[in-house]
Design a protein around this ligand. Structure first.
Ligand code: GLY
Length: 364
């Protein structure tokens, strides 16, 4: 076993300890970000999109250990969010149901579990705006977020499982619209696009969590990197793979050798050097791309870069293993810098995608 394999083993053991502490100390509580390293607080959520990442981590622990404790808890925390399958107020049903019910279905083949995933995908379909051809964000009908690329996979899935050509069309068009208006020629991405709801005309790029409308918010780019790869797996449309690779190449070009970007690559002298959740998403997305691209050299580049990120994130600078009292797994993430939410803290999705990426790392 080489050094990275040992670090991965140690990280999973640490994650199990942290998650057991969280669910035993605060039963049925769904945290989003820590404050001073603690999960339970009354800080603002901004939007409710994270409730699948706790169950998702519990499923990942079950998949790795096969211990009944994790299975029971994973099912319980999944059941607690089932009612969200008809939630039309957020654009995040992929984030809720792919890490939970989809993992559950893949393990069991239970059609009633699969039906929850399908219904969540169908619910997402209601967000489609014919004028503009996109799934609108939770903010307003005129808004599309780059983040929605992570929630389009569940729509493709629902469409394919039910042979719903119109739902498939909506998912496909959303990807084309996002690619056209939010992904730039250099592979960077905008966080948000604003449309004229009456004509469907695209108006401008803007942002909530990045530095400026024309800047490159790191997590948004990693949502695109990962999400366009997923769109390619469902459609086999080469444009989506090219877009995912363009985002990956931008990430590699603009990030220091350790593999962890700041919150926004274009922010002058960033106050904080790291946004570790973007790095975790990039690692997982690049390990996917390594399987998707048919070019051997690029496949090796993405695999090695994804493993390089994991090598960094498993160091005690990021893994909270040597930080007494810290309740999260990964330190140095950022939720919403402008609002001051979860800045330089642990975040639920960072911990989830970190574990997901670790579980995909090839054994050495
Ligand atoms: N709202 C999704 C994110 O913060 O990335």
């Amino acid at each position: 076993m080489n050094n990275l394999s040992q670090k991965i083993e140690r990280a999973f053991e640490f994650a199990a300890k942290q998650l057991r502490h969280l669910i035993e100390t605060h039963p049925d509580y769904f945290p989003m970000y820590t404050q001073n390293g603690k999960w339970k607080h009354s800080g603002e959520a901004w939007t409710n999109w994270c409730e699948g990442f706790l169950g998702g981590q519990l499923w990942l622990l079950y998949e790795r250990t096969r211990e009944n404790y994790w299975r029971t808890k994973a099912e319980h925390y999944s059941r607690l969010i089932e009612h969200r399958k008809t939630d039309r107020t957020v654009h995040d049903l992929g984030f809720l149901f792919w890490p939970t019910y989809k993992r559950w279905f893949d393990l069991t083949g239970d059609a009633t579990i699969q039906q929850v995933v399908i219904q969540a995908g169908q619910t997402m379909g209601w967000r489609f705006k014919e004028r503009g051809q996109y799934f609108c964000s939770f903010v307003a009908d005129d808004s599309v977020f780059i983040d929605i690329m992570m929630n389009v996979g569940i729509v493709f899935y629902a469409a394919q499982q039910t042979n719903d050509a119109d739902l498939y069309r909506k998912a496909f068009q959303h990807c084309l619209t996002t690619r056209k208006y939010l992904v730039r020629g250099d592979g960077s991405t905008a966080h948000e696009g604003i449309f004229d709801v009456n004509t469907g005309e695209f108006l401008r790029q803007t942002t909530h969590q990045g530095y400026r409308g024309d800047s490159s918010w790191a997590r948004g780019l990693t949502w695109a990197l990962y999400g366009f790869g997923t769109a390619y797996t469902f459609t086999r449309d080469a444009r989506f793979l090219q877009t995912a690779e363009a985002c990956a190449n931008f990430y590699i070009e603009r990030t220091p050798a350790h593999g962890v970007p700041p919150n926004d690559w274009d922010e002058p002298n960033p106050a904080l050097p790291y946004e570790s959740s973007a790095a975790a998403i990039a690692a997982s997305g690049m390990l996917n791309l390594a399987q998707l691209t048919s070019d051997t050299a690029r496949a090796r580049l993405y695999r090695d870069y994804g493993l390089n990120i994991l090598n960094t994130l498993t160091e005690p600078e990021f893994l909270a293993i040597e930080t007494p009292g810290w309740e999260g797994i990964l330190k140095h993430a950022c939720y919403h810098q402008r609002k001051g939410l979860g800045v330089n803290e642990s975040v639920m999705w960072g911990d989830y995608f970190f574990l997901e990426a670790l579980s995909k790392a090839p054994a050495h």
